[in-house]
Design a protein around this ligand. Structure first.
Ligand code: FAD
Length: 387
């Protein structure tokens, strides 16, 4: 989990993409980084997740006029349409002036019509979150919500054994599983609950492969290359000697604001290309961060500075990959690639049915084909998503 590159996120503060940062610095490409899932219902202002279960129990999204607006966007599934569809509908309502609150910057999730006994027995945690983070008891009043970044479909490229793959070759002894990995089981848009595949299926598979690899190694460890040993503390040394630098919080805030504005739920051609320039500027800030506390033990300021160096790799990969993909697909939706009969859902399969690979070195992009041949079942043909 590493949605902390965005200003609004469901993830914990520690979710800073450390694995991806390390892989990128080691020359491993990051795959499909343009595909981020926004969850529709984060508490406005806090980002904390309000589960789909609330809408599953009958919760209704309303705009400032009290209208159940999802009836217009997804007449059949309504409030239970998929996350990206609901998120985009909410942002459209807000952008078109039908948002709620003094700044018209959120919509409302209404469960006041539910029996309080149902809320107390089935959604007690949500009631607590709403009271703590929004100051609203959902038994009495609707919860203010906005889309908030939740999950990354891409990551470190792996095969289904968890082995990291570059140009079709295994990187010996390097494995990734979980949200940091891209075994590409979710394509451009994950279904809720499917992290279980990342964790249980590919976690176990990676573990088994690692055991086999370790058993096949000689007892003696190979000698350590001294240039790698010397390289390791370089970032810490830079932080310890930086003067006239940038505050970590300023650089992180600039990154998060840029990502939210230039590469959020909806993507706009001009904003994306401006975003590439801006994130390059933020990278320069990150290269000059300075910490005032140089103490050696449990120094959280140093940890945060190092974590930011990982986040910025994730942010650059995202912005540059998203700017390059000039179609809409899954969670990546651009204004200049609308839904038309020739390009259903804005997809351009002829040119863009392919995976993005972003390399840190020179922000280089490469592409690789999508594997459309499952091992043991028939492939499912691409088709238009509709609700
Ligand atoms: C609020 C919320 C609700 C969700 N609900 C669902 C759901 O209902 N269904 C579903 O399928 N998915 C859900 N997800 C998504 C799912 O939880 C995540 O995709 C999944 O937990 C990711 O697991 P992971 O092991 O890859 O990463 P993590 O759970 O983030 O684990 C990474 C671990 O690495 C450790 N770590 C981090 N940095 C370092 C470092 N530098 N050195 C050493 N260790 C480090 C962390 O402490 C952590 O223990 C939800 C996510 C959120 C945020």
């Amino acid at each position: 989990m590493y949605t902390r590159i965005f200003a609004s996120s469901t993830n914990a503060f520690i979710n800073t993409g450390d694995g991806l940062g390390m892989a990128a610095r080691a020359g491993i490409p990051l795959e499909d980084m343009e595909f981020w899932q926004f969850h529709p219902t984060g508490v406005a202002g806090a980002g904390v997740l309000i589960t789909e279960g609330v809408r599953g129990e009958g919760g209704i999204l309303r705009n400032s006029a009290g209208e159940r607006f999802m009836e217009r966007y997804a007449p059949n599934a309504k409030d239970l349409a998929s996350r990206d569809v609901v998120s985009r509908a909410m942002v459209t309502e807000i952008n078109e002036g039908r948002g709620c609150g003094p700044h018209q910057d959120h919509v409302l999730l209404d469960i006041t019509h539910l029996d309080p006994a149902v809320i107390m027995s089935k959604l007690p945690g949500i009631r607590e979150i709403s009271i703590k983070f929004a100051g609203v008891d959902p038994i009495k009043a609707p919860i203010p919500v906005v889309p908030t970044c939740h999950y990354q479909m891409g990551g470190i490229p792996t095969n289904y054994h968890g082995e990291v793959m570059v140009h079709g070759d295994k990187v010996p002894g390097f494995y990734a599983a979980g949200e940091c990995a891209c075994a590409s089981v979710h394509g451009a848009n994950r279904l809720g609950t499917n992290s279980l595949l990342d964790l249980l299926v590919f976690g176990k598979s990676s573990g088994n492969t690692m055991i086999d690899y370790i058993k096949a190694q000689p007892q003696e460890l190979p000698p350590l290359a001294m240039q790698d040993v010397d390289r390791a503390p370089a970032r810490v040394n830079r932080l310890d000697t930086q003067t006239n630098g940038v505050a970590v919080n300023d650089a992180r805030t600039a990154m998060q604001r840029n990502m939210q504005t230039h590469c959020g739920v909806f993507r706009f051609k001009d904003l994306l290309s401006e975003g590439v320039d801006k994130i390059t500027e933020v990278e320069k800030m990150v290269q000059q961060t300075e910490i005032s506390d140089k103490s050696k033990v449990w120094n959280t300021a140093r940890t945060e500075a190092l974590e930011l160096e990982n986040l910025i790799e994730v942010a650059k990969a995202t912005m540059i990959s998203a700017n390059a993909r000039t179609e809409s697909r899954g969670a990546h939706v651009r204004d200049d690639a609308p839904d038309t009969p020739e390009h259903p859902n804005g997809r351009d399969d002829q040119n863009w049915l392919k995976h993005t690979l972003w390399y840190r070195d020179g922000n280089r992009l490469e592409y690789k084909p999508v594997n459309m041949k499952p091992l043991s079942v028939e492939t499912i043909a691409l088709k238009t998503r509709s609700y």
